[in-house]
Design a binder for this molecule. Structure first.
Ligand SMILES: *Cc1c(COP(=O)(O)O)cnc(C)c1O
Length: 397
């Protein structure tokens, strides 16, 4: 008999009733160190007092009015995003996939409004994850995501990951944009190099294409800059944001330059909930925290600490782990054993890590995790590795 919740998730036999910082607690009081942070969402950990206060204050005042009226918190958050990024304008959503929807529609509208309605194709990378809507799965293209859901939204061309020659070869009169994650998340923490980011910007300029960056997972401070593309010294035309911006409250955004957004006018797009007062109160508080003095520098410092520790753990357990990769606090360990073995051994050691493609486990801890908790996580990951080594020995004896 089907479960009351549609069985689309392969869930761990675990659930949590409360959280504090990087710690989660089950009903029986067992504590787990959360190095996944709700897939990079809880960027300030659980129950951060500033975010809780922002939500409580707004919760007592006003929940929802719709976008028929100005929403002051939405205006404030849009202004903060415009001030601190390349963008001139922002559309608020409730999720990442909705931000992708807006980006795809904006690309198409830009060319149609500028007298080039045949330019509809968006080039994306293999291994990409752009969400689960019809446009999102068509953009992503992974077999598991699209199987059985055809006919897919047309207009997406997939090329091998970060392959500049393949991108160039894929460009035709119909090409409108290139869309990518500066660091693939679900794809296994695969970084696009600075050099390739710059080359993609140049290709877009040369061919009059829009560059769309999906920073839903790698943005909002995760790499030690507010957005990952800043490391390459380039800017996109359109960018999607979600996950970390709401710290756990559903919130996303599609941000763009004035030029890229020029086709979007009253009636072009909308959302009942997008940019609602509660979400934007939290989003504003999150932006203030991440942009506060020293916050991003601290992310880089913590990243160095975690990365160095992980390199040590990997070196000490060569039968379990292969290598460390990623940027900032978006790190992964490439595994030699099946990555789910490490995730499961992590549950036993009371540390949460997240599987991703290419047989890695991801670490996306809260950006304000303490150094002591990083050491604790390293120790628990080591404990998981030791338990797995014992199993290997027991089998080989
Ligand atoms: C999570 C994610 C999405 C989808 O976001 P949802 O909020 O799950 O719809 C899209 N792109 C990237 C890079 C993501 O990590």
């Amino acid at each position: 008999m089907i479960s009351p919740v549609l069985p689309t998730y392969a869930r761990a036999p675990l659930s949590f009733v409360k959280g504090q910082g990087p710690w989660l607690e089950t009903a029986d009081g067992t504590r787990y160190l959360d190095m996944g942070a709700g897939i990079g969402v809880c960027a300030l950990g659980h129950a951060h007092p500033t975010l809780v206060a922002a939500l409580e204050t707004q919760g007592r005042r006003l929940w929802h009015t719709s976008n028929l009226y100005d929403v002051p918190n939405q205006q404030a958050l849009a202004e903060k995003l415009v001030e601190s990024t390349f963008a001139d304008t922002v559309f608020m959503t409730n999720s990442g996939t909705e931000a992708i929807e807006c980006a795809v529609k904006m690309v198409r509208k830009y060319f149609s409004a500028n007298g080039q309605p045949d330019k509809v194709e968006i080039i994306t990378f293999e291994g990409a994850f752009h969400g689960r809507s019809s446009a999102g799965i068509a953009a992503s293209g992974g077999a598991k995501m699209v199987d059985g859901f055809g006919p897919l939204l047309p207009g997406f061309v997939h090329v091998p990951f970060a392959d500049i020659d393949a991108v160039k070869a894929a460009i035709t009169d119909k090409t409108a944009a290139i869309m990518l994650e500066p660091i693939q998340g679900e794809g296994g923490i695969r970084s696009v190099s600075t050099q390739i980011m710059r080359a993609l910007r140049e290709i877009c300029d040369e061919h009059g294409l829009l560059l769309v960056l999906d920073e839903i997972q790698c943005g909002m401070g995760r790499t030690g800059k507010l957005f990952a593309h800043e490391w390459a010294g380039i800017t996109p035309d359109i960018m999607t944001i979600a996950k970390g911006i709401g710290g756990g409250f559903p919130l996303g955004a599609c941000v763009a330059t004035e030029r890229a957004a020029s086709g979007m006018v009253a009636g072009s797009h909308g959302s009942t909930y997008g940019g609602n007062p509660l979400a934007c109160a939290v989003g504003c508080a999150m932006m203030t925290e991440i942009l506060s003095d020293g916050f991003l520098e601290n992310v880089s410092r913590l990243s160095g600490h975690l990365r160095q520790g992980l390199e040590g753990v990997v070196a000490a357990h060569p039968d379990v782990f292969d290598s460390v990769r990623g940027e900032g606090l978006m790190l992964a360990i490439k595994c030699k054993l099946p990555n789910m073995d490490i995730v499961n051994a992590g549950y036993d050691a009371k540390v949460l890590v997240i599987p991703a493609a290419d047989n890695v486990v991801r670490l996306l801890p809260p950006l304000n995790i303490g150094s002591k908790d990083i050491d604790d996580a390293l120790w628990r990951i080591e404990e998981a590795a030791i338990a797995l080594e014992r199993q290997i020995e027991a089998v080989s004896v």
